[in-house]
Design a protein around this ligand. Structure first.
Ligand code: UGA
Length: 434
């Protein structure tokens, strides 16, 4: 099938690459010339394990191409997938200007009947508006239908999440359009659920808000475990064995971040508000998450009294491992609080330093290695659970520090390893300190 994709961010690029991999002919369109030039040379604009090999291979096989031209890129497409960003507006609502722009660009350039599958996360009702915009702006003899096709991939495991998706949601009010989109995804051999457009739009927000709330719930349980001397990891394991609860997304820590959960929870709350529904539950999800982001700083204040003049090593900057994405990363709140309190911060991250510099500037020192980062520090904050932090050579790290104190915001160090150390103070989340 001939498919065009608008937007080469995480969602658009991964979808394009995976659809090419299962045999479709895919053209990805983006207005950013440098991005397209790099993609044509097999260079990915995002850090995502495995994606560059797939790009290069599918370009070679003639199944994947990239262009800045709408005219060329939309030629003969049976389905156009739209995956442009919907960032957060100041009032918490989703900013739909990129999507509306994309709709007009499609309408002005399309020359054949086409189905438009919207992957961008959009408030309920938006797909209907997009359909109207396109119909008003395109030639009257062209039939355009819009299908809601929300995306559930995670950064860092985007390829796997697409190729082995738990489900594909197709929201359509037209049976034939739903059938064509279903046929496009069939080779993936994953469960497909067809719903109305509005239900599909709602499934995306309801899923992300539920997962974010699951994290806030376990974080609040962790805080209670600390007060009561219980261990949140055992509690989560015990809860997760119940199939109705499930083990995933029960890792306590310093809160959820990234470009999706914070934005989508706020957008759903905003939608509820303007529709007269008081969604207090989501307000709690957000407020627990805000509290959790300050947790390590609070623990450090309890330990040291004042943080002025203390040198703190921050291991990890990205909002989670295997990505260089700094959007809504808890590290931003943590580092800003530490520097406001007069602490000196030195940070290390395997891939996110360039992006971190754009947000945090020169408020801190950036280290080139773990060893450089921890030398002569009063404490380590583990902020992102990168594999190399899980595998820290603790005795050698502790020797380099002024004080052998670790605040582990992701519970990523093994207890036996810590107990083997002669001198250490270890403060995890939701578990007794050592
Ligand atoms: C999330 C969803 O998981 C995807 O299903 C969805 O498609 C995506 O948003 C989106 O809407 O585009 P992502 O933001 O890439 O994916 O990251 P996650 O792996 O879900 O992690 C989000 C945050 O939750 C991270 O900060 C992570 O550290 C935190 N988290 C996750 C926890 O604190 N505890 C957990 O148990 C799990």
């Amino acid at each position: 099938m001939k498919i065009s994709i608008l937007g080469t961010g995480y969602v658009g690029l991964t979808t394009g690459v995976c659809l090419a991999e299962i045999g479709h002919s895919v053209t990805c369109i983006d207005i950013n010339e440098l991005k397209i030039k790099n993609l044509c040379a097999g260079i990915s604009p995002i850090y995502e394990p495995g994606i560059e090999e797939l790009i290069i291979n599918n370009i070679k096989l003639g199944r994947l191409s990239f262009t800045t031209s709408y005219d060329k890129g939309l030629e003969d497409a049976k389905v156009i997938i739209v995956a442009v960003g919907t960032p957060q507006r100041e009032d918490g609502a989703a900013n739909l200007s990129y999507l509306e722009g994309a709709a007009i660009d499609i309408a002005k350039n399309i020359k054949q009947d086409v189905i438009i599958a919207i992957k961008s996360t959009v408030p309920v009702g938006t797909n209907e508006v997009v359909k109207e915009i396109i119909q008003q702006n395109c030639s009257k003899d062209i039939v355009v239908d819009v299908v809601s096709n929300p995306e559930f991939l995670r950064q860092g495991s985007a390829i796997k999440d697409t190729m082995e998706a738990d489900r594909i949601i197709i929201g359509s009010n037209n049976q034939e359009s739903a059938r064509i989109v279903e046929e496009m995804y069939k080779p993936l051999n994953v469960p497909i659920l067809i719903t109305s457009i509005r239900s599909a739009e709602m499934i995306k927000y309801a899923s992300n808000a539920f997962l974010a709330s699951k994290i806030s719930y376990i974080n609040e349980i962790a805080n209670l475990c600390e007060a009561l001397g219980a261990n949140v990891e055992d509690v989560a394991k015990g809860m997760g064995k119940d199939k109705r609860i499930g083990e995933a997304f029960l890792y306590a820590g310093i809160g959820y971040g990234g470009s999706c959960f914070p934005k989508d929870v706020k957008a759903l709350l905003h939608t509820a508000g303007i529709n007269g529904v008081e969604f207090g539950f989501l307000k709690e999800t957000i407020s627990i998450n805000n509290y959790q982001r300050e947790l390590l700083v609070k623990k450090a204040i309890e330990r040291f009294g004042i943080l002025k003049g203390k040198k703190i090593a921050c291991l990890g900057l990205s909002f989670k491992p295997d990505t260089d994405d700094m959007r809504e990363a808890p590290s931003i709140n943590i580092i800003n609080s530490l520097t406001e309190l007069g602490a000196e911060v030195i940070a290390y991250d395997p891939v996110a330093i360039d992006n971190a510099k754009k947000i945090l500037g020169n408020n801190l020192t950036y280290a080139h290695s773990i060893n450089e980062c921890v030398t002569d520090t009063d404490a380590i904050f583990i902020v992102t659970e990168w594999r190399e932090f899980r595998e820290l050579d603790l005795p050698s790290i502790l020797k380099k520090m002024k004080n052998p104190i670790i605040f582990d915001g992701r519970n990523c160090l093994r207890e036996e390893k810590i107990r083997d150390c002669e001198k250490i103070e270890y403060y995890p989340v939701g578990k007794p300190s050592i």
